[in-house]
Design a protein around this ligand. Structure first.
Ligand code: SF4
Length: 327
């Protein structure tokens, strides 16, 4: 790790003012790892962990999670467990208890890919250094994208929490020099395109202040199913966040989001719309899964993700149709 100058932001405005010349640190669970292996070499680190962004507030627009609330606090919060259980389950499927105790809401959204080539500075990597190549595209790409990749980058977003937030249609609140704005969760992370170095649509000088879970959603039957190489402390090969709202055996609303398959949480709108208005049925869920994966473009080593995703979607939908819980 290179030496850096460490200071604390005193207010949100102070953090905004300094954010374009410094790296902001909150829990630091991904950032410090990156600094240790010289991926990030900031000269200025501004600690925002003492700002007044640590509350969970029940508002008329929904549940507002301050950006500095820890992952553990969100997962354990009674109203989250009651109304958005998929979020608790997704968070608890990620990392370790120690990491969740310090990792923050905002930090979870800002964590970077775990592509092994990105972390190995012996290789070029367009995300780390633009125009230096993408060795994963032709190398070992078992963990990489099957949707939305570009010839510049085939990495996936590593977050579990973000997959659930995308399914819930959460909103990201950010504050910048121009003031405050809200970004629909599905638009917050970007596909790599020609700029894989940019993970999100945050502008220079903008910081996340909160994530809002919508009030007008019936998500009690939400299911988060994560498939990985080992049972704990491992990133997803693929994951599914599925929420069905069923009335009298008819599907009123369906949400299916995949994790571990793209540079952002991957909503499957076509499959969701296909389900709406139809009666609950396992064959229907299989058809929805086939639709969701219809345009997948696997790489040399991750073709297995296509069938694995289909089976996971079918299973998650079955469990959600039965009221939710652990898939
Ligand atoms: Fe870098 Fe993206 Fe290629 Fe991985 S997939 S080596 S992060 S450019």
């Amino acid at each position: 790790m290179k030496n850096f100058n460490y200071t604390r932001a005193t207010t949100i405005e102070d953090a905004v003012d300094r954010s374009s010349q410094a790296i902001l640190i909150a829990g630091g669970t991904n950032l410090v790892d990156r600094m240790k292996v010289f991926l990030d070499q900031p000269t200025q680190v501004v600690d925002i962990s003492r700002l007044d962004l640590k509350k969970i507030e029940n508002t008329e627009n929904g549940l507002r999670l301050g950006a500095l609330v820890t992952n553990t606090q969100v997962a354990d919060f009674p109203l989250v467990r009651q109304n958005y259980p998929i979020l608790s389950r997704a968070i608890l499927a990620g990392a370790s208890q120690q990491i969740r105790n310090v990792a923050t809401v905002g930090g979870n959204l800002m964590q970077r890919t775990r592509c092994p080539y990105y972390y190995d500075t012996a290789f070029g990597c367009n995300k780390r250094e633009p125009e230096s190549g993408c060795p994963a595209a032709t190398g070992i790409n078992r963990m990489h994208a099957i949707f939305g990749a570009s010839d510049k980058c085939v990495a996936v977003n590593p977050s579990d929490m973000c997959v659930a937030l995308a399914a819930l249609d959460a909103v990201v609140e950010v504050e910048g020099i121009e003031g405050r704005r809200q970004i629909p969760f599905s638009e917050f992370h970007r596909l790599p395109g020609n700029q894989p170095e940019r993970d999100t649509v945050l502008e220079d000088g903008e910081i996340i202040t909160a994530v809002i879970l919508p009030a007008n959603i019936n998500a009690k039957s939400g299911v988060y199913l994560k498939l990985r190489d080992r049972a704990s402390y491992s990133f997803a090969l693929i994951s599914v966040a599925a929420i069905l709202d069923i009335d009298d055996n008819k599907i009123r609303d369906a949400r299916i989001t995949l994790g571990g398959v793209a540079h952002k949480p991957w909503r499957t709108q076509e499959a969701e719309q296909f389900l709406v208005g139809k009666a609950v049925d396992e064959t229907l869920f299989q058809q929805a899964a086939d639709l969701a994966l219809r345009n997948a473009q696997p790489l040399q080593h991750n073709k297995f993700k296509v069938e694995m995703s289909k089976r996971a979607i079918r299973r998650a939908l079955m469990v959600s149709a039965n009221g939710g819980g652990i898939a």
